[in-house]
Design a protein around this ligand. Structure first.
Ligand code: 5GP
Ligand code: ZN
Length: 115
């Protein structure tokens, strides 16, 4: 999608610190990390958010790829014992970039508080 910064990252048109990539997904360091490890995992295809993913014919394939990426990145950063995966859905849900992505955060004690 034109003017989508995450589409540009997916196509390597915009620089990012990529930590994982395959045909379906790409993962890179968040530019504004909130934790010691803060990685964004996303499908390369432009899908607006999690709600829209539910209507996508390849939903299961994409979620599988995201899950595999998250586990592999957790290993890569030695945080497989404890991390959190979050997706913000819609403006009210805290989404600011409207290309589906999952925040993988960890590298420190996160506690149990969600908001
Ligand atoms: P959201 O608020 O949509 O859930 O998350 C968007 C995330 O993308 C934020 O954590 C923000 O720091 C990150 N972000 C926004 N623009 C860029 C960028 O150009 N490069 C990278 N690496 N991260 C970005
Ligand atoms: Zn996009």
């Amino acid at each position: 999608m034109q003017d989508c910064i995450f589409c540009k990252i997916a196509k390597h048109e915009l620089e990012a610190e990529v930590v994982y990539e395959n045909d379906l997904v790409i993962a890179f360091k968040d530019a504004n990390p909130v934790t010691k490890v803060h990685i964004l995992i996303m499908p390369k295809e432009h899908i607006k958010n999690f709600y829209e993913l539910a209507k996508h014919p390849q939903q299961a394939l994409i979620m599988g790829a995201v899950t595999e990426a998250a586990a592999e990145i957790a290993d890569q950063f030695n945080i497989s014992e404890g991390f959190r995966v979050i997706t913000n859905n819609g403006r009210a849900g805290g989404q600011s970039v409207f290309h589906l992505h999952f925040h993988l955060i960890g590298g420190q004690e996160l506690g149990m508080k969600l908001v």
